[in-house]
Design a protein around this ligand. Structure first.
Ligand SMILES: C[S@@+](CC[C@H](N)C(=O)[O-])C[C@H]1O[C@@H](n2cnc3c(N)ncnc32)[C@H](O)[C@@H]1O
Length: 242
């Protein structure tokens, strides 16, 4: 049965907000456990590909508790972290205290990724990790990411992927179906919080679909980086001069 946090249609965003409000206090812990700590490595790959230069303006959309936003700031960027979940942002703001004096803290702002409150061409780098899959409107979310990017700016998407190898994909989907919900049950009292991952992934076009959409949006320079045989995917693209 599908997770109660995954619904199609108009109430999708509200359910996703409920989901992240429920898991915010345990989000970082469960991330470490369910990925065997690997999400830290995947995020480091994202950062390396972003090749941020000091002073660049970076936007991390769906920033959650701030992993990528803090890493962008540590690389010298001026960072805006953006998310619609106040409980997730509270954890991010609390974590900022740990970096005090060492980095310029990201400016964490609340709002909807489908309606970014930033002018066109405002950022050199736009990242979204484990966020795009959650948006109620994939096309609109992608258009917003592209809109706020400057000429020559880079956009990077990290998310659960869909491996090409059918056997590997089957094994990985079994892990998401049977084992990952156990983390939700143990730490959040509800297996549906993490059953949501597989439900949302099934409907998500993943690395190949993101690449196709980036091409459609006019990004000629693109890369797809498959991690762990495509279990995770990073899409990188650079905007042209126009
Ligand atoms: C799985 S978390 C990812 C957090 C962080 N980027 C990371 O990699 O650990 C997804 C985040 O997307 C946010 N989110 C989902 N839909 C959103 C939307 N429409 N607008 C803004 N944030 C959204 C959620 O609140 C949540 O914090």
């Amino acid at each position: 049965m599908a997770s109660k946090f995954y619904v199609e249609g108009e109430t999708r965003a509200a359910r996703v907000e409920d989901l992240f409000a429920a898991i915010a206090p345990r989000y970082d812990l469960i991330n470490d456990l369910q990925s065997f700590g690997l999400h830290r490595w995947w995020k480091r790959r994202l950062l390396k590909l972003a090749a941020v230069r000091p002073g660049e303006a970076a936007l991390d959309v769906c920033c959650g508790t701030g992993d990528v936003a803090f890493a962008l700031a540590a690389a010298g960027a001026t960072v805006t972290g953006f998310d619609f979940s106040e409980p997730m942002l509270q954890v991010a703001r609390h974590r900022a205290g740990r970096f005090s004096g060492r980095i310029t803290p990201p400016d964490f702002r609340q709002g909807d990724a489908l309606n970014l409150p930033f002018p066109d061409a405002a950022f050199d780098v736009v990242t979204i990790s484990y966020g795009l899959r959650n948006l109620a409107d994939f096309d609109r979310g992608m258009r917003e990411l592209a809109r706020v990017l400057r000429p020559h700016g880079r956009v990077l998407v990290l998310d659960f992927g869909k491996p090409d190898n059918a056997l590997w994909r089957w094994g990985y989907f079994q892990y998401l179906r049977w084992l990952v919900p156990v983390f939700g049950r143990v730490f959040c009292g509800d297996g549906d919080t993490h059953g949501y991952i597989l439900d949302s992934l099934k409907k998500y076009p993943a690395q190949r679909g993101v690449d196709a959409k980036l091409a459609e949006l006019g990004f000629a320079e693109r890369r797809v980086v498959n991690l762990l045989g495509g279990v995770m995917g990073i899409n990188w693209a650079r905007r042209g001069a126009g």
